[in-house]
Design a protein around this ligand. Sequence first.
Ligand SMILES: Cc1cc2nc3c(=O)[nH]c(=O)nc-3n(C[C@H](O)[C@H](O)[C@H](O)COP(=O)(O)OP(=O)(O)OC[C@H]3O[C@@H](n4cnc5c(N)ncnc54)[C@H](O)[C@@H]3O)c2cc1C
Length: 536
Amino acid sequence: MRGIRDWAPEFDEYRRDESRTMGEASSISFPTDEAELRAVLAELERTAPDAPITVQGARTGLAAGAVPHGGHVLNLSRMNRYLGLRRDEGGAFHLRVQPGVVLAELRRLLAAKALPQAGWDAASLAALDALYGGPAQFFPTDPTETSACVGGMAACNASGARSYRYGPMRPHVSALRVVLADGDVLDLRRGEHRAHGRTLELVTEGGRALALDVPGYTMPRTKNASGYYAEDDMDAVDLFIGSDGTLGIISELELVLSPEPCVTWGINCFFASEAAALDFVSAARPRLSCAAALEYFDGSALGILRSARSGCAAFVSLPAVPESFAACVFVELECDDEGRAYDELECTGELMRSVGGSEKDSWVARTDVDRERQRLFRHAVPESVNMLIDRRRRTAPAITKLGSDMSVPDERLHDVVALYRRTLAEAGLESATWGHIGNNHLHVNVLPRDERDYAAGKELFRSWAREVTAMGGAVSAEHGVGKIKRDFLLAMYGSDAIDEMARLKVALDPRGRLGRGNLFDEARLDAAVAAMRKGE
Ligand SMILES: Cc1cc2nc3c(=O)[nH]c(=O)nc-3n(C[C@H](O)[C@H](O)[C@H](O)COP(=O)(O)OP(=O)(O)OC[C@H]3O[C@@H](n4cnc5c(N)ncnc54)[C@H](O)[C@@H]3O)c2cc1C
Protein backbone atom coordinates (compact mmCIF):
# COMPACT_ATOMS: atom_id res chain seq x y z
CA MET A 1 0.00 0.00 0.00
CA ARG A 2 1.22 3.52 -0.83
CA GLY A 3 0.90 4.79 2.77
CA ILE A 4 2.90 2.03 4.47
CA ARG A 5 6.66 2.06 3.95
CA ASP A 6 9.00 -0.75 4.87
CA TRP A 7 11.61 0.29 7.38
CA ALA A 8 14.77 1.80 5.93
CA PRO A 9 17.76 3.59 7.51
CA GLU A 10 16.30 6.97 6.49
CA PHE A 11 13.59 6.40 9.13
CA ASP A 12 15.96 5.62 12.00
CA GLU A 13 15.28 8.90 13.79
CA TYR A 14 11.69 7.65 14.28
CA ARG A 15 13.04 4.90 16.50
CA ARG A 16 13.58 7.35 19.38
CA ASP A 17 12.12 10.29 21.28
CA GLU A 18 13.62 12.81 23.71
CA SER A 19 14.00 10.13 26.39
CA ARG A 20 16.91 9.16 24.13
CA THR A 21 15.94 5.49 24.22
CA MET A 22 15.84 3.55 20.95
CA GLY A 23 13.27 1.06 19.73
CA GLU A 24 12.70 -0.81 16.51
CA ALA A 25 9.91 -1.22 13.97
CA SER A 26 9.39 -2.87 10.60
CA SER A 27 7.21 -0.25 8.86
CA ILE A 28 6.12 3.38 9.09
CA SER A 29 3.39 5.65 7.70
CA PHE A 30 2.74 9.39 7.63
CA PRO A 31 -1.01 9.85 7.02
CA THR A 32 -2.21 13.38 6.29
CA ASP A 33 -5.85 12.98 7.32
CA GLU A 34 -8.21 10.65 9.17
CA ALA A 35 -9.21 8.77 6.01
CA GLU A 36 -5.57 7.93 5.24
CA LEU A 37 -4.99 6.96 8.86
CA ARG A 38 -7.92 4.55 8.75
CA ALA A 39 -6.71 3.15 5.42
CA VAL A 40 -3.34 2.40 7.04
CA LEU A 41 -5.08 0.60 9.91
CA ALA A 42 -7.21 -1.39 7.45
CA GLU A 43 -4.12 -2.46 5.53
CA LEU A 44 -2.30 -3.45 8.72
CA GLU A 45 -5.37 -5.45 9.78
CA ARG A 46 -5.06 -7.37 6.51
CA THR A 47 -1.29 -7.84 6.40
CA ALA A 48 -0.07 -7.74 10.01
CA PRO A 49 -3.10 -8.13 12.29
CA ASP A 50 -1.16 -8.65 15.50
CA ALA A 51 1.66 -6.17 14.89
CA PRO A 52 2.10 -3.44 17.53
CA ILE A 53 1.25 0.12 16.44
CA THR A 54 3.11 3.03 18.02
CA VAL A 55 1.59 6.48 17.59
CA GLN A 56 3.96 9.43 17.26
CA GLY A 57 3.53 13.17 17.34
CA ALA A 58 6.69 15.27 17.42
CA ARG A 59 8.65 12.73 19.58
CA THR A 60 9.53 15.34 22.18
CA GLY A 61 8.18 13.09 24.94
CA LEU A 62 10.51 12.21 27.80
CA ALA A 63 9.00 8.84 28.80
CA ALA A 64 9.64 6.82 25.61
CA GLY A 65 5.90 6.63 24.87
CA ALA A 66 6.56 7.20 21.15
CA VAL A 67 9.46 4.73 20.96
CA PRO A 68 8.30 1.66 18.99
CA HIS A 69 8.43 -1.87 20.37
CA GLY A 70 8.32 -3.58 17.00
CA GLY A 71 5.58 -3.46 14.36
CA HIS A 72 4.35 -0.23 12.78
CA VAL A 73 5.06 3.44 13.51
CA LEU A 74 2.08 5.71 12.84
CA ASN A 75 3.60 9.16 12.66
CA LEU A 76 0.98 11.93 12.71
CA SER A 77 3.25 14.93 12.21
CA ARG A 78 1.81 15.49 8.72
CA MET A 79 -1.76 15.66 10.05
CA ASN A 80 -1.24 19.34 10.81
CA ARG A 81 -4.20 21.24 9.39
CA TYR A 82 -6.48 23.80 11.03
CA LEU A 83 -10.03 22.59 10.45
CA GLY A 84 -12.43 25.19 11.84
CA LEU A 85 -13.51 27.39 14.72
CA ARG A 86 -16.63 27.76 16.82
CA ARG A 87 -17.70 30.15 19.54
CA ASP A 88 -19.76 28.78 22.41
CA GLU A 89 -22.64 30.44 24.26
CA GLY A 90 -20.21 31.75 26.89
CA GLY A 91 -18.09 33.46 24.21
CA ALA A 92 -15.14 31.02 24.38
CA PHE A 93 -13.43 30.04 21.12
CA HIS A 94 -12.81 26.39 20.22
CA LEU A 95 -10.26 25.75 17.47
CA ARG A 96 -10.57 22.42 15.64
CA VAL A 97 -7.21 21.04 14.54
CA GLN A 98 -5.48 17.88 13.47
CA PRO A 99 -3.15 16.30 16.07
CA GLY A 100 0.11 17.12 14.27
CA VAL A 101 -0.29 20.90 14.68
CA VAL A 102 2.91 22.12 16.34
CA LEU A 103 2.53 24.31 19.43
CA ALA A 104 5.06 26.97 18.32
CA GLU A 105 3.24 27.41 15.02
CA LEU A 106 -0.18 27.53 16.67
CA ARG A 107 1.03 30.29 18.98
CA ARG A 108 2.64 32.25 16.16
CA LEU A 109 -0.41 32.03 13.90
CA LEU A 110 -2.80 33.00 16.69
CA ALA A 111 -0.66 35.99 17.69
CA ALA A 112 -0.36 37.10 14.05
CA LYS A 113 -4.10 36.50 13.41
CA ALA A 114 -3.05 34.34 10.47
CA LEU A 115 -4.75 30.96 11.01
CA PRO A 116 -5.03 29.06 7.68
CA GLN A 117 -8.73 29.01 6.68
CA ALA A 118 -8.71 26.74 3.64
CA GLY A 119 -11.84 24.59 3.56
CA TRP A 120 -13.51 26.31 6.54
CA ASP A 121 -17.32 26.52 6.54
CA ALA A 122 -19.28 29.78 6.87
CA ALA A 123 -19.86 29.32 10.62
CA SER A 124 -16.12 28.91 11.21
CA LEU A 125 -15.30 32.00 9.15
CA ALA A 126 -17.86 34.03 11.11
CA ALA A 127 -16.30 32.82 14.38
CA LEU A 128 -12.88 33.78 12.99
CA ASP A 129 -14.09 37.34 12.34
CA ALA A 130 -15.25 37.50 15.95
CA LEU A 131 -11.90 36.09 17.15
CA TYR A 132 -9.84 38.63 15.25
CA GLY A 133 -12.20 41.49 16.12
CA GLY A 134 -12.01 40.87 19.89
CA PRO A 135 -9.32 40.82 22.58
CA ALA A 136 -6.28 38.67 21.71
CA GLN A 137 -6.57 34.95 22.53
CA PHE A 138 -3.91 32.32 23.12
CA PHE A 139 -3.56 28.62 23.93
CA PRO A 140 -2.22 28.39 27.48
CA THR A 141 -0.67 24.91 27.76
CA ASP A 142 3.10 25.39 27.62
CA PRO A 143 5.21 22.24 28.01
CA THR A 144 8.43 24.26 27.45
CA GLU A 145 9.31 22.29 24.30
CA THR A 146 7.29 24.22 21.73
CA SER A 147 8.04 21.79 18.91
CA ALA A 148 5.56 19.36 20.57
CA CYS A 149 2.35 18.53 18.67
CA VAL A 150 -1.03 19.17 20.26
CA GLY A 151 -2.04 15.51 19.81
CA GLY A 152 1.04 14.36 21.74
CA MET A 153 0.42 17.01 24.38
CA ALA A 154 -3.14 15.72 24.85
CA ALA A 155 -1.97 12.09 24.93
CA CYS A 156 0.48 12.99 27.76
CA ASN A 157 -1.81 15.53 29.47
CA ALA A 158 1.17 17.90 29.21
CA SER A 159 1.57 20.84 31.59
CA GLY A 160 4.60 23.10 32.13
CA ALA A 161 5.16 26.32 34.06
CA ARG A 162 1.83 28.02 33.44
CA SER A 163 -0.12 25.02 34.68
CA TYR A 164 0.09 26.71 38.09
CA ARG A 165 -2.64 29.02 36.83
CA TYR A 166 -4.18 27.19 33.87
CA GLY A 167 -3.93 23.53 34.90
CA PRO A 168 -2.73 20.86 32.48
CA MET A 169 -3.84 20.26 28.87
CA ARG A 170 -7.05 18.43 29.91
CA PRO A 171 -9.40 21.40 30.59
CA HIS A 172 -8.26 23.10 27.39
CA VAL A 173 -9.57 20.30 25.16
CA SER A 174 -13.31 20.38 24.51
CA ALA A 175 -13.68 17.61 21.90
CA LEU A 176 -11.78 14.71 20.41
CA ARG A 177 -12.11 12.34 17.51
CA VAL A 178 -10.44 9.06 18.39
CA VAL A 179 -9.72 6.30 15.90
CA LEU A 180 -9.67 2.90 17.60
CA ALA A 181 -7.20 0.14 16.71
CA ASP A 182 -9.76 -1.50 14.38
CA GLY A 183 -10.35 1.77 12.48
CA ASP A 184 -13.74 2.57 14.01
CA VAL A 185 -14.15 6.10 15.37
CA LEU A 186 -15.39 7.75 18.58
CA ASP A 187 -16.57 11.33 18.21
CA LEU A 188 -16.56 12.86 21.69
CA ARG A 189 -17.59 16.33 22.79
CA ARG A 190 -17.05 17.33 26.41
CA GLY A 191 -20.28 17.18 28.42
CA GLU A 192 -22.05 14.81 26.03
CA HIS A 193 -20.65 11.42 27.09
CA ARG A 194 -20.35 10.87 30.81
CA ALA A 195 -19.85 7.70 32.83
CA HIS A 196 -22.51 6.45 35.24
CA GLY A 197 -20.39 5.94 38.30
CA ARG A 198 -17.48 3.97 36.88
CA THR A 199 -19.24 2.58 33.81
CA LEU A 200 -18.77 4.41 30.56
CA GLU A 201 -21.05 3.51 27.65
CA LEU A 202 -20.04 4.73 24.21
CA VAL A 203 -21.20 4.05 20.67
CA THR A 204 -18.72 4.17 17.80
CA GLU A 205 -19.50 5.75 14.43
CA GLY A 206 -19.65 2.19 13.09
CA GLY A 207 -22.53 1.54 15.51
CA ARG A 208 -20.64 -0.65 17.99
CA ALA A 209 -21.73 -0.29 21.63
CA LEU A 210 -18.89 -0.27 24.15
CA ALA A 211 -19.38 -0.70 27.90
CA LEU A 212 -16.14 0.25 29.63
CA ASP A 213 -15.28 -0.34 33.28
CA VAL A 214 -13.38 2.69 34.54
CA PRO A 215 -10.72 1.57 37.07
CA GLY A 216 -11.73 1.96 40.71
CA TYR A 217 -8.65 3.74 42.10
CA THR A 218 -8.64 7.23 43.53
CA MET A 219 -6.35 9.64 41.73
CA PRO A 220 -4.05 11.88 43.78
CA ARG A 221 -5.16 15.48 44.36
CA THR A 222 -1.93 16.73 42.80
CA LYS A 223 -0.81 17.51 39.28
CA ASN A 224 -0.96 14.08 37.68
CA ALA A 225 -0.17 12.36 34.37
CA SER A 226 0.12 8.82 35.76
CA GLY A 227 -2.11 6.24 34.10
CA TYR A 228 -5.72 6.57 33.01
CA TYR A 229 -7.98 9.30 34.33
CA ALA A 230 -10.57 7.57 36.52
CA GLU A 231 -13.34 9.23 38.46
CA ASP A 232 -17.04 8.69 39.15
CA ASP A 233 -19.26 10.14 36.39
CA MET A 234 -16.20 11.22 34.41
CA ASP A 235 -16.30 12.69 30.95
CA ALA A 236 -15.25 10.33 28.13
CA VAL A 237 -12.91 13.00 26.72
CA ASP A 238 -10.84 12.76 29.90
CA LEU A 239 -10.24 9.04 29.47
CA PHE A 240 -8.34 9.59 26.22
CA ILE A 241 -6.39 12.61 27.44
CA GLY A 242 -3.32 11.28 29.22
CA SER A 243 -3.77 7.75 27.86
CA ASP A 244 -0.22 7.68 26.42
CA GLY A 245 -1.18 6.40 22.97
CA THR A 246 -2.66 3.16 24.36
CA LEU A 247 -6.45 3.47 23.96
CA GLY A 248 -6.96 5.13 20.59
CA ILE A 249 -5.44 7.51 18.08
CA ILE A 250 -6.48 11.14 18.48
CA SER A 251 -7.26 12.25 14.93
CA GLU A 252 -8.84 15.62 15.72
CA LEU A 253 -9.02 17.94 18.73
CA GLU A 254 -10.90 21.03 19.70
CA LEU A 255 -8.66 23.41 21.65
CA VAL A 256 -10.22 25.98 23.97
CA LEU A 257 -8.56 29.38 23.60
CA SER A 258 -8.09 31.80 26.52
CA PRO A 259 -7.93 35.62 26.54
CA GLU A 260 -4.33 36.94 26.56
CA PRO A 261 -3.51 38.62 29.87
CA CYS A 262 -3.13 42.42 29.57
CA VAL A 263 0.05 42.65 31.65
CA THR A 264 2.70 39.91 32.05
CA TRP A 265 5.70 40.54 34.27
CA GLY A 266 8.41 38.15 35.43
CA ILE A 267 10.33 38.34 38.72
CA ASN A 268 13.38 36.25 39.59
CA CYS A 269 13.47 36.19 43.42
CA PHE A 270 16.82 35.06 44.82
CA PHE A 271 17.41 33.68 48.31
CA ALA A 272 20.42 32.83 50.45
CA SER A 273 19.05 29.36 51.25
CA GLU A 274 16.70 26.71 49.91
CA ALA A 275 14.71 26.84 53.16
CA ALA A 276 13.90 30.53 52.57
CA ALA A 277 12.84 29.81 48.99
CA LEU A 278 10.46 27.03 50.13
CA ASP A 279 8.98 29.27 52.82
CA PHE A 280 8.50 31.98 50.20
CA VAL A 281 6.53 29.58 47.99
CA SER A 282 4.27 28.50 50.85
CA ALA A 283 3.65 32.14 51.76
CA ALA A 284 3.17 33.29 48.16
CA ARG A 285 0.55 30.72 47.13
CA PRO A 286 -2.35 32.21 49.10
CA ARG A 287 -1.21 35.83 48.60
CA LEU A 288 -0.28 36.25 44.93
CA SER A 289 -3.59 36.00 43.11
CA CYS A 290 -2.09 36.95 39.72
CA ALA A 291 0.70 34.35 39.75
CA ALA A 292 0.60 32.26 36.56
CA ALA A 293 3.83 30.40 37.31
CA LEU A 294 6.06 29.72 40.32
CA GLU A 295 9.24 28.03 39.12
CA TYR A 296 12.34 26.94 41.04
CA PHE A 297 16.12 26.73 40.49
CA ASP A 298 18.27 25.31 43.25
CA GLY A 299 21.85 26.25 44.13
CA SER A 300 23.36 23.61 41.81
CA ALA A 301 21.26 24.84 38.92
CA LEU A 302 22.47 28.40 39.57
CA GLY A 303 26.07 27.11 39.77
CA ILE A 304 25.66 25.40 36.40
CA LEU A 305 24.33 28.66 35.01
CA ARG A 306 27.37 30.60 36.30
CA SER A 307 29.71 28.17 34.51
CA ALA A 308 27.56 28.25 31.36
CA ARG A 309 27.76 32.04 31.27
CA SER A 310 31.54 32.00 31.26
CA GLY A 311 31.95 28.87 29.12
CA CYS A 312 29.35 29.13 26.35
CA ALA A 313 28.98 31.94 23.80
CA ALA A 314 25.19 31.45 23.61
CA PHE A 315 24.80 32.39 27.28
CA VAL A 316 27.15 35.40 27.67
CA SER A 317 24.19 37.80 27.61
CA LEU A 318 22.79 36.23 30.81
CA PRO A 319 22.97 38.47 33.88
CA ALA A 320 25.61 37.46 36.44
CA VAL A 321 24.24 35.42 39.36
CA PRO A 322 26.09 36.47 42.56
CA GLU A 323 27.67 33.64 44.57
CA SER A 324 25.52 34.59 47.59
CA PHE A 325 22.35 33.56 45.74
CA ALA A 326 21.65 29.92 46.67
CA ALA A 327 18.12 29.46 45.30
CA CYS A 328 15.74 31.23 42.95
CA VAL A 329 11.96 31.32 42.59
CA PHE A 330 10.70 32.74 39.32
CA VAL A 331 7.27 34.34 39.61
CA GLU A 332 5.25 35.14 36.51
CA LEU A 333 2.44 37.62 37.09
CA GLU A 334 -0.50 37.95 34.72
CA CYS A 335 -2.74 40.88 35.61
CA ASP A 336 -5.61 42.84 34.11
CA ASP A 337 -3.86 46.19 34.51
CA GLU A 338 -0.53 47.72 35.58
CA GLY A 339 -1.93 48.99 38.88
CA ARG A 340 -2.71 45.45 39.90
CA ALA A 341 0.70 44.28 38.71
CA TYR A 342 2.44 46.91 40.87
CA ASP A 343 0.39 45.76 43.89
CA GLU A 344 1.45 42.16 43.30
CA LEU A 345 5.08 43.24 42.81
CA GLU A 346 5.01 45.04 46.13
CA CYS A 347 3.44 42.00 47.75
CA THR A 348 6.23 39.82 46.29
CA GLY A 349 8.85 42.10 47.91
CA GLU A 350 7.01 41.92 51.23
CA LEU A 351 6.89 38.11 50.99
CA MET A 352 10.63 37.99 50.29
CA ARG A 353 11.31 40.07 53.39
CA SER A 354 9.01 37.87 55.48
CA VAL A 355 11.31 34.88 54.86
CA GLY A 356 14.52 36.79 55.53
CA GLY A 357 15.22 37.87 51.95
CA SER A 358 15.25 41.27 50.30
CA GLU A 359 13.54 42.64 47.22
CA LYS A 360 16.96 44.03 46.24
CA ASP A 361 17.81 40.40 45.34
CA SER A 362 15.32 40.23 42.50
CA TRP A 363 15.23 40.88 38.76
CA VAL A 364 11.98 42.31 37.51
CA ALA A 365 11.17 42.04 33.80
CA ARG A 366 8.41 44.30 32.52
CA THR A 367 9.42 44.60 28.88
CA ASP A 368 9.51 41.95 26.16
CA VAL A 369 13.31 42.31 25.92
CA ASP A 370 13.81 41.69 29.65
CA ARG A 371 11.32 38.81 29.64
CA GLU A 372 13.26 37.25 26.76
CA ARG A 373 16.42 37.36 28.93
CA GLN A 374 14.51 35.66 31.72
CA ARG A 375 13.40 32.99 29.26
CA LEU A 376 17.03 32.49 28.22
CA PHE A 377 17.95 32.13 31.90
CA ARG A 378 15.31 29.41 32.36
CA HIS A 379 16.26 27.54 29.20
CA ALA A 380 20.01 27.80 29.82
CA VAL A 381 19.77 25.54 32.89
CA PRO A 382 18.45 22.34 31.21
CA GLU A 383 20.54 23.02 28.12
CA SER A 384 23.73 23.38 30.17
CA VAL A 385 22.91 20.18 32.03
CA ASN A 386 22.44 18.34 28.74
CA MET A 387 25.82 19.65 27.56
CA LEU A 388 27.43 18.49 30.81
CA ILE A 389 25.96 14.99 30.44
CA ASP A 390 27.07 14.83 26.79
CA ARG A 391 30.64 15.54 27.95
CA ARG A 392 30.40 12.82 30.61
CA ARG A 393 29.03 10.33 28.10
CA ARG A 394 32.38 10.45 26.29
CA THR A 395 33.87 8.37 29.12
CA ALA A 396 30.64 6.68 30.30
CA PRO A 397 28.47 6.17 27.17
CA ALA A 398 25.73 4.25 28.98
CA ILE A 399 24.70 7.15 31.22
CA THR A 400 21.92 9.70 30.60
CA LYS A 401 20.51 12.51 32.70
CA LEU A 402 17.93 11.12 35.11
CA GLY A 403 15.08 13.58 35.65
CA SER A 404 12.26 13.02 38.15
CA ASP A 405 8.69 14.15 37.45
CA MET A 406 6.84 13.63 40.75
CA SER A 407 4.38 15.89 42.54
CA VAL A 408 3.02 16.03 46.10
CA PRO A 409 0.21 17.97 47.79
CA ASP A 410 0.98 21.54 48.93
CA GLU A 411 1.42 20.60 52.57
CA ARG A 412 4.17 18.07 51.73
CA LEU A 413 6.49 20.40 49.78
CA HIS A 414 9.01 20.82 52.59
CA ASP A 415 8.89 17.06 53.36
CA VAL A 416 9.55 15.97 49.80
CA VAL A 417 12.47 18.39 49.39
CA ALA A 418 13.93 17.11 52.68
CA LEU A 419 13.57 13.55 51.34
CA TYR A 420 15.34 14.46 48.09
CA ARG A 421 18.20 16.23 49.90
CA ARG A 422 18.77 13.50 52.48
CA THR A 423 18.73 10.58 50.06
CA LEU A 424 20.84 12.33 47.41
CA ALA A 425 23.47 13.09 50.05
CA GLU A 426 23.38 9.51 51.38
CA ALA A 427 23.86 8.14 47.85
CA GLY A 428 26.67 10.64 47.17
CA LEU A 429 25.01 11.77 43.94
CA GLU A 430 25.38 15.08 42.09
CA SER A 431 22.13 16.75 41.13
CA ALA A 432 20.50 19.94 39.91
CA THR A 433 16.86 20.69 40.64
CA TRP A 434 14.42 22.97 38.90
CA GLY A 435 10.78 23.00 37.90
CA HIS A 436 7.24 23.76 38.83
CA ILE A 437 7.45 24.43 42.55
CA GLY A 438 4.04 26.15 42.61
CA ASN A 439 2.57 22.68 42.00
CA ASN A 440 5.12 20.99 44.32
CA HIS A 441 6.46 19.37 41.19
CA LEU A 442 10.25 19.53 40.96
CA HIS A 443 12.43 17.93 38.34
CA VAL A 444 15.32 16.58 40.38
CA ASN A 445 18.03 15.83 37.84
CA VAL A 446 20.63 13.32 38.93
CA LEU A 447 23.88 14.03 37.07
CA PRO A 448 25.68 10.67 36.95
CA ARG A 449 29.47 10.73 36.66
CA ASP A 450 29.63 7.05 35.75
CA GLU A 451 27.56 3.85 35.44
CA ARG A 452 27.58 3.31 39.20
CA ASP A 453 25.98 6.73 39.80
CA TYR A 454 23.50 5.99 37.03
CA ALA A 455 22.36 2.75 38.68
CA ALA A 456 22.22 4.45 42.11
CA GLY A 457 20.12 7.29 40.66
CA LYS A 458 17.61 4.87 39.16
CA GLU A 459 17.31 3.05 42.47
CA LEU A 460 16.77 6.35 44.24
CA PHE A 461 13.91 7.27 41.88
CA ARG A 462 12.26 3.91 42.62
CA SER A 463 12.39 4.64 46.33
CA TRP A 464 11.04 8.17 45.75
CA ALA A 465 8.10 6.72 43.80
CA ARG A 466 7.08 4.79 46.94
CA GLU A 467 7.62 7.75 49.28
CA VAL A 468 5.85 10.25 47.05
CA THR A 469 2.89 7.87 46.74
CA ALA A 470 2.75 7.62 50.54
CA MET A 471 2.63 11.44 50.66
CA GLY A 472 -0.45 11.41 48.40
CA GLY A 473 1.47 12.44 45.29
CA ALA A 474 1.87 11.32 41.67
CA VAL A 475 4.85 9.46 40.16
CA SER A 476 4.42 11.30 36.87
CA ALA A 477 3.01 14.81 37.06
CA GLU A 478 3.36 15.83 33.43
CA HIS A 479 5.56 13.67 31.18
CA GLY A 480 3.36 10.57 31.25
CA VAL A 481 4.40 7.04 32.18
CA GLY A 482 5.39 5.75 28.73
CA LYS A 483 7.78 2.84 28.86
CA ILE A 484 10.22 4.12 31.42
CA LYS A 485 7.98 4.76 34.45
CA ARG A 486 5.90 1.57 34.46
CA ASP A 487 7.49 0.42 37.73
CA PHE A 488 6.59 3.73 39.34
CA LEU A 489 2.97 3.39 38.22
CA LEU A 490 2.88 -0.05 39.78
CA ALA A 491 4.24 1.42 43.02
CA MET A 492 1.62 4.17 42.90
CA TYR A 493 -1.55 2.17 42.24
CA GLY A 494 -0.64 -1.49 42.93
CA SER A 495 -0.98 -4.57 40.78
CA ASP A 496 -4.79 -4.93 40.86
CA ALA A 497 -5.30 -1.38 39.62
CA ILE A 498 -2.81 -1.90 36.79
CA ASP A 499 -4.80 -5.02 35.80
CA GLU A 500 -7.97 -2.89 35.76
CA MET A 501 -6.21 -0.45 33.42
CA ALA A 502 -5.10 -3.34 31.20
CA ARG A 503 -8.68 -4.70 31.01
CA LEU A 504 -9.95 -1.25 30.05
CA LYS A 505 -7.31 -1.06 27.35
CA VAL A 506 -8.17 -4.41 25.79
CA ALA A 507 -11.88 -3.51 25.82
CA LEU A 508 -10.92 -0.78 23.32
CA ASP A 509 -7.94 -2.50 21.69
CA PRO A 510 -8.66 -6.26 21.95
CA ARG A 511 -5.28 -7.38 20.61
CA GLY A 512 -3.28 -4.94 22.73
CA ARG A 513 -1.59 -3.34 19.72
CA LEU A 514 -1.61 0.39 20.43
CA GLY A 515 1.32 1.88 22.33
CA ARG A 516 2.65 -1.53 23.21
CA GLY A 517 5.02 -1.31 26.16
CA ASN A 518 3.43 1.89 27.50
CA LEU A 519 1.92 1.79 31.03
CA PHE A 520 1.96 -2.04 31.31
CA ASP A 521 4.65 -4.62 30.84
CA GLU A 522 3.88 -6.79 27.85
CA ALA A 523 3.29 -10.00 29.84
CA ARG A 524 0.54 -8.30 31.86
CA LEU A 525 -1.06 -6.94 28.71
CA ASP A 526 -0.89 -10.34 26.98
CA ALA A 527 -2.60 -11.90 30.00
CA ALA A 528 -5.41 -9.32 29.74
CA VAL A 529 -5.75 -10.05 26.00
CA ALA A 530 -5.88 -13.82 26.65
CA ALA A 531 -8.45 -13.38 29.43
CA MET A 532 -10.60 -11.25 27.14
CA ARG A 533 -10.47 -13.94 24.42
CA LYS A 534 -11.57 -16.57 26.93
CA GLY A 535 -14.41 -14.24 27.93
CA GLU A 536 -13.26 -13.95 31.54
C1 LIG B 1 13.37 20.06 26.71
C2 LIG B 1 12.01 19.50 27.04
C3 LIG B 1 11.27 20.09 28.04
C4 LIG B 1 9.99 19.58 28.33
N1 LIG B 1 9.29 20.20 29.31
C5 LIG B 1 8.04 19.79 29.58
C6 LIG B 1 7.25 20.48 30.55
O1 LIG B 1 7.66 21.45 31.17
N2 LIG B 1 5.99 20.02 30.75
C7 LIG B 1 5.48 18.93 30.07
O2 LIG B 1 4.32 18.59 30.29
N3 LIG B 1 6.21 18.26 29.17
C8 LIG B 1 7.47 18.66 28.90
N4 LIG B 1 8.21 17.99 27.96
C9 LIG B 1 7.71 16.72 27.33
C10 LIG B 1 6.36 16.70 26.72
O3 LIG B 1 5.76 15.48 27.12
C11 LIG B 1 6.24 16.71 25.23
O4 LIG B 1 6.88 17.89 24.84
C12 LIG B 1 4.81 16.65 24.66
O5 LIG B 1 3.77 16.60 25.60
C13 LIG B 1 4.63 15.43 23.80
O6 LIG B 1 4.23 15.84 22.51
P1 LIG B 1 4.82 15.13 21.21
O7 LIG B 1 4.01 15.61 20.07
O8 LIG B 1 6.26 15.29 21.12
O9 LIG B 1 4.43 13.62 21.50
P2 LIG B 1 5.28 12.30 21.29
O10 LIG B 1 6.53 12.36 22.09
O11 LIG B 1 5.42 12.00 19.86
O12 LIG B 1 4.29 11.24 21.96
C14 LIG B 1 4.05 11.27 23.33
C15 LIG B 1 3.00 10.19 23.67
O13 LIG B 1 1.75 10.54 23.10
C16 LIG B 1 1.30 9.51 22.21
N5 LIG B 1 0.67 10.21 21.09
C17 LIG B 1 1.22 11.17 20.32
N6 LIG B 1 0.31 11.62 19.45
C18 LIG B 1 -0.83 10.94 19.68
C19 LIG B 1 -2.12 10.94 19.09
N7 LIG B 1 -2.45 11.79 18.11
N8 LIG B 1 -3.04 10.07 19.55
C20 LIG B 1 -2.75 9.23 20.57
N9 LIG B 1 -1.54 9.18 21.15
C21 LIG B 1 -0.59 10.02 20.72
C22 LIG B 1 2.54 8.71 21.85
O14 LIG B 1 2.20 7.39 21.51
C23 LIG B 1 3.32 8.81 23.14
O15 LIG B 1 2.86 7.86 24.06
C24 LIG B 1 9.48 18.47 27.62
C25 LIG B 1 10.22 17.89 26.60
C26 LIG B 1 11.48 18.39 26.31
C27 LIG B 1 12.27 17.76 25.21
